[in-house]
Write a protein that binds this ligand. Structure first.
Ligand code: ZN
Length: 167
């Protein structure tokens, strides 16, 4: 097991769009293994994306609703129905906020051997696919919050000293 330390909000790597993977080699497979070890070492979590362990590459792993796997260079297709359950992130420890997401998502990309791979999910799995794909674009789930929920998130992140102090 190689669990890697999780980068916390405020680390620039979390805000950097990750580079597409171009080499499907042993180094990539080691990254996928480390990501899965890191995820399985964080019980109850639905996914980890490479930037969260400091690697700017379009790779994530997920473990949601009994589905476990990885995806590389993903693109998302979203259904129109919405869901609004609580969401959290290993990079923003201890906080959860109701977060609007599509109820259904299809993620298309490649596996660690460069073969095409499509994952379709609803509910929690769909939420995980959206959350992890956002990480690869340098986005965090708190960015999508609006109104009072957003204000509460900013307040609680400041209280947790995760976010840079605002003026
Ligand atoms: Zn996250």
């Amino acid at each position: 097991m190689t669990m890697r330390p999780i980068r916390i909000i405020g680390d620039p790597v979390l805000r950097t769009p990750a580079a597409p993977v171009t080499s499907f080699d042993a180094e990539l497979r080691a990254l996928v293994t480390d990501l899965m070890d890191t995820l399985l070492g964080a019980p109850g979590r639905a996914g980890v994306a490479a930037p969260q362990i400091g690697v700017s590459a379009q790779v994530f792993v997920y473990d949601a609703d009994g589905h476990r796997g990885h995806l590389i260079n993903p693109t998302l297709e979203l259904g129109e129905d919405r869901q609004d359950d609580d969401e959290g992130c290993l990079s923003i420890p201890g906080l959860y906020f109701p977060t609007p997401r599509a109820m259904r998502a299809t993620a298309r990309g490649m596996d660690q051997y460069g073969q095409p791979l499509t994952i379709t999910g609803t509910g929690f799995l769909a939420r995980a696919l959206q959350h992890e794909t956002d990480h690869l674009a340098g986005r965090l789930y708190v960015d999508t919050l609006r109104g009072e929920t957003r204000r509460r998130a900013l307040r609680e992140m400041r209280a947790g000293s995760y976010a840079p102090r605002s003026r």
